[in-house]
Design a protein around this ligand. Sequence first.
Ligand code: GAR
Length: 213
Amino acid sequence: MTLCPDSTFSLVSPSLNNYPYSQENPLKLGIMASGNGSNFEAVAQAIAKGQINAQIQVLIYNNPSAQAPIRAANRGVEAVLLNHRDYNSREAFDEKIVHTLRQYDVELVIMAGWMRLVTPVLIDAFPDKIINIHPSLLPSFKGVNAVEQALAAGVKITGCTVHLVCLEVDSGSILIQAAVPVLPNDTPETLHARIQLQEHQILPQAIALAAQR
Ligand code: GAR
């Protein structure tokens, strides 16, 4: 049965609604990104539109050539480069991240394209207050190259997930998912581009969901 032949079809669960959380003061966000920063931008836009009552305190990035800090500068958000290559261990790196997040008074941490494994040093510092966006319908296709993994597996539907971060990679409680069809001629780039459109919808919603917990 063909439910919907439209290539833009997607299914979000829980369904997108009116960002149902109220809190008197804006929720203080810290965003961690390694690359392009389109998800950073989506969060900044949702805030600017008044969809979520939040403010981005700081962007932490670990890759000197990342585009995310340029987006931060355009939005007037402070960006801090913490280069993992400058630290002797993952734990020492995470200690610096925790210190920086605390310095900026962050309440909720968002991994928006953060391509480093994290340790208990970070996870225990913000229990149930770190969320991650991943380009697959978890628990399928964890880890790196999730879009390529989905194509190689021949699935007909994939998508994206926002979940709480726990020690095991891409395995914490799921907050929200969006399904995206795989089209016959998809390349990793075309499929990832359609997944990202959905990421930009569900990440702000996930922040609202995380804020209610
Ligand atoms: C996003 O597609 C995100 O799901 C993925 O990195 C991309 C970052 O895009 N994250 C992972 O693969 C984490 N395992 P962006 O820099 O444009 O926001």
